[in-house]
Design a binder for this molecule. Structure first.
Ligand code: CMP
Length: 143
């Protein structure tokens, strides 16, 4: 399994707070190449499918409400060891636990509203990229 691509999502809090450009700039400066990107308003069905593994968690309903509360920006990023490096770059889920200088430490308000998603394994990156963009990295409507 190659590990040079990951799925990132700038979440609705990022877009709502006008941080999209700021976070994209930092992503590019950190050396991640943006291969595909599209602003989208998720439906409940799409968000529930994406977060299916969390369905039994107590925060599932709030997570779906949040992810459908406004537009988000899914994207495909490329870099060597993209999954691990992007997770280091964004920091821990809880911004209070995130390292200094990471995106979540800098910008996130809470564990729930944490600005950005990054795939947690190369296997999930491949699935998540396909879930949003069709074949890996190729926007579904570009085919
Ligand atoms: P994400 O990386 O998108 O993957 C699952 C998301 O669930 C996570 O980021 C958080 O936004 C959210 N999440 C995880 N744990 C909690 C929690 N304890 N309370 C609320 N939301 C959570």
């Amino acid at each position: 399994m190659t590990n040079n691509r990951t799925l990132a999502i700038l979440k609705p809090d990022c877009v709502r707070r006008c941080l999209t450009g700021e976070v994209l700039r930092r992503i590019e400066i950190a050396g991640f190449k943006i291969c595909a990107l599209q602003m989208q308003q998720l439906t409940s069905k799409h968000a529930e499918g994406f977060y299916e593994v969390h369905r039994e968690r107590p925060f599932f309903r709030d997570l779906i409400d949040f992810m459908t509360s406004g537009p988000c920006v899914p994207m495909v990023l490329e870099k060597e060891d993209a999954v691990g490096r992007f997770r280091t770059f964004i920091g821990a889920t809880d911004p209070e636990q995130a390292d200094k200088g990471t995106i979540r430490r800098l910008f996130a308000d809470s564990k729930a509203e944490n600005i950005v998603h990054g795939s947690d394994s190369p296997e999930n990156a491949q699935k998540e990229i396909a879930y949003f963009f069709g074949e890996p990295g190729i926007p579904a409507d570009a085919k």
